[in-house]
Design a protein around this ligand. Structure first.
Ligand code: IVH
Length: 676
């Protein structure tokens, strides 16, 4: 029998339902907050199942705050935005005791008092979230986001057992309570989670913080429910300021209402006590069951907090007193080199796994080739490795072990480990020059080529580029030009019309304007403007291809870095063969007349300033058109300006043009001028 109307539900059912929810909440608290369960798992499961079946029988009784709702629900398409009631500030942080004393001095000076009381708490290394309770019921929770607007993750937060869905003593609680808290994964649970992920053939998390972030921002809350998240609450705000006089008391209240609060907090009468707490907790750090990266020091009295005020991103009444990063000693097994999206080669030290603060570290970044050489790190070396916060661990230095046999010094690779194109060093960084062929750089390179400022191929956005690469249909720039309709049909979301449009867009791009084509090749250091300069100077791709570095360097605006990027791009045979295939597939790159006569272009010598929004052109396009016709675009209006092109909502440049008597063109006038 199923009933869905409250009126028909007998009182004894309602009473049992209340009782079950209260009991489950009580046992959740004992288990998750106090770590001392009073009933067996089986007895707990029985209560839970009884509640589930009652709710199944009387669906109208199911409310979002029921403990059964902690298992998560159907996946979301995306998170809704959630504006915070009060901005979620971050903290200024310091490591040095001298800075902490300076903070204290400033506080005393500004408050004009001799001593101030602080509350100190561990700085939990997790994610800060805002929780909102109305009439004692948890109604919404959100991530920090940019501090002003976050993401609504209410369903995910509900799955966290330590988070009470109902506060105790709701009658004594302000109508609306806003709580700041940190969501994290305890170390032991983190290890269990990672072991499980590895067993399931999935990638383990690098550290507990990443694991917490990855778990909390799941669109599928059932997955969140399966992750060992917990939280601690460290701040109370109410809209009517109905809160105690001090932070200490406010947090105590949070605890009384059933919210988890930091266990190791302390009230300090002086900065010396703060420093002593820091020292003490740092000593306990390795024994704590969760990760902390320092302590948070807060002026305790709210009136004083208000008097000190806030900066735009952080309060002036609090600071993070961080611990120095943790270091361990281990050995380097080997040095591998990975290639990023921009073609930068990053050396990575593969280590004998070592535990640093509860996290196993088996690789560390060596940042760039220069650093490996400078620190002289070689396979087999004993090194010091450091883990700071959530960043990838760093190799700090080599430790000299007398008598230790050393391998040969690391030699920077002359070829890209992914595509075997030759490498080029720019500053401390080594780059792969095979921009058009290297699969590590492929998506970025293709996106640039099809983008608005380059070939502007309609229908080829980021998503389609990714599909084409993932399906193996495009492996270099030339492959765009051999795509067939049948191939496109194999991609998700492609039908007759979209495939035809895309192929038409690609076909159109076969007539390639020289500057856009040069820009689209993605030669390092060659942006849209430099591409223009090169196009104007060389007039054809062939001239540019064969230009020696020395002649490139003679051109105004081209320095040695650009010159060597251009030269090495055209020296790489793989790039040349892609260009040749493009030509064979019908791509013809424009040839510009660079003879002196062409100085006589329609707009040569004319100076333009653009202001406001044009309907038919982006800024970039308008600029390109002017430059193609020999004109120049500058950013400020002066007597030298020939034309100011004013779109909608023009800025002060228009007023200035009128004041100086400079010709002002609207969009139509500008279009006419270009067509003339
Ligand atoms: S107080 C205005 N207390 O640290 C008050 N923050 O770097 C700002 N955090 O975003 C926060 N434990 O995510 C505070 N006991 C604690 C904390 C804590 C961890 C995090 C929090 C904050 C970040 C600031």
């Amino acid at each position: 029998m199923s009933s869905d109307s409250l009126g028909e539900i007998p009182e004894y059912i309602l009473a049992r339902l209340r009782e079950l929810r209260e009991q489950i909440q009580h046992h959740d608290q004992l288990y998750y907050l106090k770590d001392r369960p009073e009933i067996s798992d089986i007895a707990y499961d029985q209560l839970f199942q009884e509640l589930q079946s009652l709710e199944a029988e009387f669906p109208s009784l199911l409310t979002p705050d029921s403990p059964t709702q902690r298992v998560g629900g159907a996946p979301l398409e995306q998170f809704q935005k959630a504006k915070h009631e009060f901005p979620l500030l971050s903290l200024d942080s310091h490591v040095d005791v001298a800075d902490v004393r300076a903070f204290d001095q400033r506080v005393l000076r500004e408050l004009d008092i001799d001593s101030v009381e602080y509350t100190v708490e561990p700085k939990y290394d997790g994610l800060s979230v805002e929780l909102i309770y109305e009439e004692g019921t948890f109604i919404r929770g959100s991530t920090r986001g940019d501090g002003i607007v976050g993401e609504d993750i209410t369903v995910n937060l509900r799955t966290i057992r330590a988070l009470p869905l109902q506060l105790h003593q709701p009658e004594a609680i302000p109508t609306k309570v806003i709580v700041r808290s940190e969501v994290y994964i305890p170390l032991e649970d983190f290890h269990v989670l990672n072991t499980r992920l590895i067993q399931d053939g999935e990638e383990p998390f690098a550290n507990p913080r990443n694991a917490a972030a990855g778990s909390l921002r799941q669109l599928d809350s059932r997955l969140t429910a399966d992750r060992p998240l917990t939280l601690t609450c460290y701040d109370l705000k109410t809209q009517t300021n109905e809160r105690p006089a001090t932070h200490w008391e406010a947090v105590t209240k949070l605890g009384e209402w059933g919210l988890p609060i930091p266990q190791h907090r302390q009230r300090c009468q002086s900065i010396d006590e703060v420093i002593a707490f820091h020292t003490d907790i740092e000593l306990q750090r390795n024994q704590l069951p969760f990760e902390i990266d320092g302590i948070v020091v807060k002026v305790d009295r709210y009136v004083w907090q208000q008097a000190l005020g806030e900066k735009s991103r952080s309060p002036r009444w609090a600071m993070a007193f961080k611990f120095p990063p943790r270091q361990e000693i281990t050995k380097v097994d080997q040095i591998i080199v990975s290639v990023g999206r921009t073609g930068a080669l990053t050396p990575i030290a593969i280590l004998n796994p070592v535990e640093i603060g509860g996290v196993t570290v088996s690789r560390a970044s060596l940042h760039n080739i220069d650093e490996v050489v400078r620190k002289d790190i070689r396979p087999g070396d004993t090194i010091k490795v450091e883990r700071a916060g959530d960043v990838i661990p760093d190799v700090v230095e080599r430790i000299d072990v007398p008598g230790e046999q050393r391998a040969e010094p690391f030699t920077p690779p002359t070829q890209c480990p992914v595509c075997q194109s030759h490498t080029i060093q720019e500053g401390p960084i080594l780059f792969c020059t095979g921009q058009t062929v290297c699969s590590a750089q492929l998506k970025g390179a293709l996106e640039l080529y099809v983008s608005k400022g380059a070939m502007n191929i309609e229908g080829l956005g980021r998503k389609t580029v990714a599909q084409l690469v993932d399906e193996g249909l495009v492996q270099d720039l030339a492959d765009f030009y051999s795509l067939t309709k049948d191939q496109l049909f194999t991609l998700e979301g492609f039908a007759e019309k979209s495939a035809t449009q895309l192929l038409e867009g690609i076909e159109k791009s076969k007539q390639a304007p020289l500057p856009r084509f040069i820009f689209g090749l993605g030669i390092r250091n060659v942006g849209a403007h430099i591409a223009q300069v090169l196009a104007k100077h060389f007039g054809s791709l062939d001239n540019l291809r064969t230009a020696p570095k020395e002649s490139l360097e003679l051109i105004h605006e081209i320095g040695p870095e650009i010159a060597s990027s251009v030269e090495s791009f055209f020296q790489e045979p793989k790039n040349l063969s892609v260009l040749q295939r493009m030509e064979e597939l019908g791509v013809t790159v424009e040839i510009i007349d660079t003879s002196p006569l062409s100085a006589d272009q329609p707009l040569s010598g004319k100076i333009f300033v653009l202001t406001g929004t044009l309907e038919g052109f982006s800024r970039q396009e308008a600029k390109q058109q002017i430059e193609t016709l020999g004109g120049r675009v500058t950013s400020s209006v002066s007597k030298q300006t020939d034309y100011v092109v004013a779109g909608s909502e023009p800025g002060s440049k228009l007023d200035k043009a009128q004041a100086l008597g400079v010709t002002v063109l609207n969009e139509e006038g500008f279009g006419n001028l270009l067509n003339e």
